[in-house]
Design a protein around this ligand. Structure first.
Ligand code: ZN
Length: 125
């Protein structure tokens, strides 16, 4: 259940951006969540109702999850493939030895606001 502290961390980061840019309220928070990040989007969604209530600028905001596809490079034959549909196994040679290329992500992708002065992107930490 590490979703709760992760979500709170993301909200704290957004809080910094909100302060710097004098944003009053956020309509939606968009998070990148990788398929092999170990973060369960349904838990994030459940917690968002509790966590968002703790922050004035997030009260009533929507949480949107952008799922990031998990890809890997086979360490035996070098092929790049999608991890989930191939069950973690190289579709070319059958090896499970791999380097994960994408899909471990957990980060703030975007904050959506109606205030025209506000940025729509959050720089990576
Ligand atoms: Zn292979």
């Amino acid at each position: 259940m590490h979703e709760l502290p992760l979500l709170m961390g993301a909200c704290d980061l957004v809080g910094e951006v909100v302060k710097q840019n004098k944003i009053r309220h956020i309509d939606a928070l968009v998070l990148d969540v990788g398929e092999v990040s170990g973060v369960i989007p349904a838990f994030l969604a459940n917690y968002s109702y509790i966590v968002f209530d703790e922050y004035d600028f997030l009260r009533g905001a929507k949480l949107l999850i952008n799922s990031v596809k998990a890809t890997a490079r086979c360490l035996d034959c070098g092929m790049e493939y999608d991890i989930i549909p191939n069950h973690g196994k190289c579709p070319h040679c059958g090896s499970i030895e791999k380097q994960v290329l994408t899909g471990r992500d957990f980060r703030v992708r975007e904050i959506r606001v109606t205030d025209e002065r506000a940025p729509d992107r959050v720089p990576s930490p």
